[in-house]
Design a protein around this ligand. Structure first.
Ligand code: NCD
Length: 282
């Protein structure tokens, strides 16, 4: 897909296909990269952002009815960002056309994990035997849940979960990792594993998913000069974005550090989503 974009720019392979984008939660990258992926493949895109307000959801229509509508209108695929855990499964159950999960509440974000894995692979030319630190709000963030899931499919991977005690990874993923023989360690300070890992995957505090006001102390799950010094020269620092001031996990001044690959992730999101759409639309 990278070659296709670089050499041809746009293909017309799927010019007879239409994709429906339904986004019930805010999104920048995921939404515009899916749109761009459709355009690069020649497919047409229809949809709504902020579907909670701009669609009939505000009149009380259920997700499954909206999915039935997309089926009746003969779309070839729906890209769905749902605001509830399991929303994509619910949608798929009533749909004859494919549903791509573009994030479901604090559940999963599989296409983010694909692009993350692609970025890691590009750098190390392997996934097996890598040590990966998942950092930040592991309880409410869906990106680290999906990345942990994919990492469990490789051999010899070690995962260090660096999170404040009340925001640690939930049991379902811990059990999954155990079943897949992934060596897992938990720390409350990124500094305690920063020097040993190949990949540091930072995440923001998911304030919108936290009940009540919580005091956020990001100091232990953020990059600062001292932590950066510990990180190996060939390790990489990733973040699904948006980075935010909740933890201030990746301050602006570190953006140009050669180990930071956050915009390669965004670019790879285009290729990964194009590849997935091609599979689904073929
Ligand atoms: C993430 C998401 O929506 O889960 N953003 C993204 O898709 N890159 C991460 C986040 O919101 O923290």
């Amino acid at each position: 897909m990278k070659r296709l974009v670089e050499v041809k720019g746009v293909s017309n392979q799927f010019s007879d296909k239409t994709v429906c984008l339904l986004f019930y939660e805010p999104s920048t990258r995921t939404r515009i990269s899916f749109q761009q992926a459709c355009i690069k493949l020649g497919a047409k895109v229809v949809g709504t952002e902020n579907a909670k307000e701009f669609s009939s959801a505000i009149k009380g229509e259920s997700l499954v009815d909206t999915i039935r509508v997309a089926n009746a209108l003969q779309f070839d695929c729906v890209v769905l960002r749902s605001d509830v855990d399991g929303g994509a499964f619910e949608a798929a159950e009533v749909s004859k056309i494919p549903i791509i999960n573009a994030g479901d509440g604090s559940g999963q974000h599989p296409t983010q994990a694909l692009l993350d894995l692609l970025t890691i692979y590009q750098h190390f030319k392997k996934i097996d035997n890598l040590k990966v630190a998942l950092v930040g709000d592991l309880k409410n963030g869906r990106t680290t849940r999906s990345l942990a899931y994919l990492l469990g499919k490789f051999k010899g991977v070690e995962v260090c979960l660096a999170a404040p005690d009340n925001l640690q990874m939930k049991d379902d993923i811990l059990e999954y990792l155990e079943r897949h023989n992934v060596k897992v360690s938990k720390v409350s300070k990124l500094a305690d594993c920063a020097g040993e890992v190949d990949v540091i995957y930072l995440t923001r505090a998911q304030k919108e998913r936290m009940k009540g006001k919580q005091k956020l102390n990001g100091q232990n799950v953020s990059i600062n000069e001292k932590v950066l010094e510990k990180i190996k020269p060939n390790s990489i620092i990733l973040h699904p974005l948006p980075r935010s001031d909740g933890f201030n996990e990746l301050p602006e001044r570190f953006t140009d550090d050669s180990r930071v690959h956050i915009f390669d992730q965004v670019e790879n999101g285009l290729y990964a989503r194009m590849a997935l759409l091609k599979m689904v639309l073929s």
